[in-house]
Design a protein around this ligand. Structure first.
Ligand code: MGD
Ligand code: MGD
Ligand code: MO
Length: 765
């Protein structure tokens, strides 16, 4: 990234603190004297802007400041003064632009005008909006079947954009509505729906004030949900126990100085976060949780009273089956598979048993594994054993990524719609939507590779770079008849246009959205199911930008000329869209009654969570214990059977200075503060024992080759090995650069989430 190579240094300080304040200041100054500072004052405030950074809930009490360093970077990059103008595109062919790294594309700044790819000159050229819509509509109508088209959504768009988007796809005739959730928390939703009848968090931010223990699995909140660290710190100061499961010793989970707490900042003190830090193996959580359940059951049989028998009897089914499965798992196998000792799991069980209200949170460390659904169900089993669902201070909390990924799902963006939702669409709009499931993200990859997908539309995101096999998927996109990208910034996926290739620039969430003289606001749902308004204030980056709802509805109007749906109305009056969502949701999603009135309340409204109310919308009408034995086979075993025991397990993670595929350029060269990385992203963290076993040493430069079993070569070159305190054979590095090593065949069972944390690779000199 920068020419200056600063060696990797261990980060000895607590996370947060002045480093975080300095980082925030860099976000503000690195991009000039723009509206970002004013903008930040409104972030996550009532009547303000919802931070596009992450989906962590806002503070339920009034806080003058409720954003973080990472949010400041996300916002300052949207509010950048830099522009990727038509002149820039005229001066650089698409082939030239492809030579840029991700951060360089991002650094070009905001897109300013609608553009069409011109094959003869290999450039994107400005066109009129009306022409863009007509071209897209004509190409879509020319497809031989609606299922040739795909409508991808990244979870950053508002409900008011996502709702017409899914309506458009279905009125066009397809459920091909993959979303970033397919790459992310799909396994959480699948596991929870089967176990407790609802695929969302049962926890609200208030619960953190009452929890006696919080178990944090596979999550790095200092980088990805910094406001959560504030909640953990407060909980900790009250005496709540924090128990972490993570193969990496993440700094923020060890020690944290709250940059919003003046006392700690000035005295240089910090709060230790984790009471216990269990370094599980990658993919070892299933075994670790099995061990904790086993220890709990054993302790309860010695001294009864540790299980919530009344809850188990009244609210659950399947307890005996769970007991039977867990009883036959032996400790040596559990220890080997989890990477933890029996004593550690017994200790975790004791901490769990001593708490009367426990929250479990998790993120990508659990979902992007082959046995993700099984793992999350075992975690749910553990929580059910002590009635930790549906009481204050307790519950299950998948911590979502994109700021409105949950809302997009709620308003219908999914390739597997519920029958009630489709019935609602039929009732309100008078057409019969397709009922066959559509393609999820990984199935779209296959469809692109085998040529059965002909048209690709995206509402945000960086589809190809975010998913497995990116180089092949990018090439396949350029063989499409149509590509349409609705985006704020240029990214690599846009640089592989189809026969008709459109790039449509939209307003960001921070920007003032005026429709026919009337200011509009949008709504978003956070990970705790709070739906609240977001009102942009900044002057749009260009006069030619259109809002996402406008672009989506105009695309629909031009594609479906005979449609009786009021597309134009939804494009200019978001109250109408909310009214339509409310009507479709009747009988399908509870909580949208009086949407337009409630969204105008100070902090919006909460969508009720049936499991949190102990109503179980499952097949059995109870919370289901879903037992799973330890797997006898797995991605790593299969790869080792072909490539031998030099195969190691690569988990791809985020650095501090990035937002998914968006890599930020920090002028100081900082890449990943808490892991001590400066100057380069091409590092591979590796444990001392693995280094020795494979005959390498710290600092060696290596190539990484996927231990593929499908005969396809996947290689990245020029990585530096960094010795890091990792136990066992797991290695770690950054996505998106390492994503080309992932194969679409390696996914979580059932949910088809790519196993981005379990990529079998070989390290070569
Ligand atoms: N600033 C910033 N914020 C973000 C994002 C961003 O890129 N930048 N991305 C957003 C999105 S879309 C998402 S989904 C979230 C992602 O948030 P996280 O899930 O925190 O992100 P990752 O970097 O993927 O971190 C995964 C964590 O899991 C650990 N881990 C890996 N494998 C395993 C395992 O098998 N078991 C266990 N127990 N742990 C494991 C890793 O060591 C790491 O700490 O963040 C959201 N917020
Ligand atoms: N190897 C590996 N791969 C992963 C992961 C991993 O941990 N490891 N994590 C996965 C996860 S959890 C996720 S969620 C996916 C993310 O996958 P995506 O959501 O597809 O990717 P992003 O990088 O978030 O998308 C960034 C782009 O969104 C556009 N954008 C930004 N803001 C807006 C807006 O307001 N409106 C519109 N229309 N466009 C906007 C910009 O053009 C920007 O370039 O990546 C997945 N890929
Ligand atoms: Mo995500």
């Amino acid at each position: 990234m920068s020419d200056k190579f600063i060696p990797i240094q261990a980060y000895g300080k607590p996370a947060g603190g002045f480093g975080s304040l300095r980082g925030t200041a860099r976000a503000l100054t690195g991009y000039g004297p723009f509206p970002a500072l004013q903008t930040l004052a409104h972030v996550n405030q009532p009547q303000g802007i919802d931070c596009p950074g992450c989906a962590y809930p806002d503070s339920p009490t009034d806080k003058a400041v409720d954003f973080c360093e990472q949010g400041a970077w996300a916002i300052s990059h949207e509010a950048t003064p830099k522009r990727a103008t038509p002149a820039h595109f005229a001066a650089h062919t698409v082939s030239e632009l492809r030579k840029n790294e991700e951060w360089q594309l991002e650094a070009l700044g905001r897109l300013t005008a609608p553009m069409l790819y011109d094959r003869a000159s290999d450039t994107y050229r400005e066109i009129e909006w009306a022409q863009a819509f007509e071209l897209a509509g004509a190409s879509l109508r020319a497809l031989d079947c609606p299922n040739r088209a795909v409508f991808y959504a990244s979870g950053r768009s508002s409900n008011e954009a996502a709702f017409p988007y899914q309506l458009f796809a279905r009125a066009f005739g397809t459920n091909n509505l993959p979303d970033s959730s397919n790459y992310c928390h799909e396994a959480s939703g699948d596991a929870l729906r089967l176990s407790i009848g609802v695929g969302k968090s049962t926890v609200t931010r208030e619960d953190f004030e009452h929890a006696e223990a919080v178990f944090v699995f596979g999550q790095n909140p200092a980088t990805n949900h910094p406001r959560m660290l504030g909640d953990l710190r407060h909980a900790k100061l009250r005496g709540c126990k924090i128990v972490v499961f993570n193969p990496l010793l993440e700094r923020g989970l060890q020690k944290f100085t709250d940059p919003q707490a003046a006392g700690e900042l000035l005295t240089g003190s910090s709060t230790p976060i984790a009471d216990e830090y269990y370094q599980v193996r990658v993919g070892g959580d299933l075994a670790a949780i099995t061990g904790i359940i086993k220890a709990l059951l054993e302790a309860d049989s010695r001294a009864p009273g540790l299980l919530d028998r009344a809850f188990i009897a009244d609210h659950t089914q399947g307890f005996e089956a769970l007991e039977a499965v867990v009883r036959v798992q032996d400790w040596p196998e559990i220890e080997r598979s989890s990477g933890l000792s029996r004593a550690q799991m017994e200790q975790a069980a004791q901490l769990y048993a001593a708490s009367n209200a426990t929250i479990s949170t998790w993120c990508m460390g659990l979902t992007q594994n082959e046995y993700a659904v099984e793992t999350i169900q075992m975690l749910t089993n553990l929580m059910l054993l002590r009635g930790n669902v549906g009481k204050p201070g307790a519950g299950l909390m998948p911590v979502r990524g994109h700021s409105n990924v949950q809302g997009d799902r709620t308003v219908g963006v999914t390739s597997r719609p519920k029958a009630e939702w489709l019935q609602g669409l039929e009732r309100v709009f008078g057409f019969t939507p397709p009922s066959a499931p559509g393609l999820d993200a990984v199935s779209v990859i296959r469809g692109l590779l085998d040529g059965s997908v002909h048209a690709f539309t995206s509402l945000g995101g960086n589809f190809a770079v975010a998913g497995p096999d990116s180089p092949r998927v990018l090439d396949a996109l350029s063989r499409c008849k149509l590509t349409v990208h609705i985006a704020t910034k240029l990214n690599r996926t846009h640089l592989y246009p189809g026969q008709t290739g459109l790039l449509l620039p939209c307003l960001g969430r921070t920007e003032h959205d005026d429709q026919a003289g009337c200011q509009q606001f949008v709504s978003v749902e956070d990970t705790a199911s709070m739906v609240h308004a977001s009102t942009g204030r900044n002057r749009p980056a260009s006069e030619k930008l259109r809002s996402e709802p406008h672009i989506v509805t105009e695309l629909a109007r031009h594609t479906l000329p005979g449609s009786t749906i009021d597309w134009a109305g939804m494009g200019r009056d978001y109250d109408l869209t909310r009214e339509l969502i409310e009507r479709v949701a009747q009988g399908a999603v509870a909580g949208f009654e009086q949407y337009n009135a409630n969204i105008r309340r100070k902090r919006g409204f909460h969508l009720p969570n049936t499991a949190a109310l102990r109503e179980w919308k499952t097949d059995s009408g109870k919370a289901n214990f879903a037992p799973h034995a330890l797997p006898q086979d797995g991605i790593m075993q299969r790869a080792r059977a072909v490539h031998g025991d030099r195969v190691v397990c690569l988990a791809t993670v985020r650095a501090h200075r990035q937002y998914n595929t968006t890599v930020y350029h920090d002028p100081t060269g900082e890449v990943d503060r808490y892991r001590g990385v400066h100057g380069t992203r091409k590092v591979l963290f590796i444990g001392p024992a693995t280094l020795a076993r494979l005959g390498f040493k710290d600092g060696d430069t290596v190539n990484l080759r996927a231990a593929s079993v499908d005969g396809i070569e996947r290689v990245v070159e020029g990585y530096r090995l960094v010795e890091y305190p990792i136990r066992g054979d797991d290695v770690f590095g950054y996505f998106p650069e390492l994503t080309p090593l992932s194969s679409p065949d390696l996914t979580a069972r059932g949910s088809n989430t790519p196993a981005f944390k379990q990529v079998p690779i070989l390290i070569e000199r």
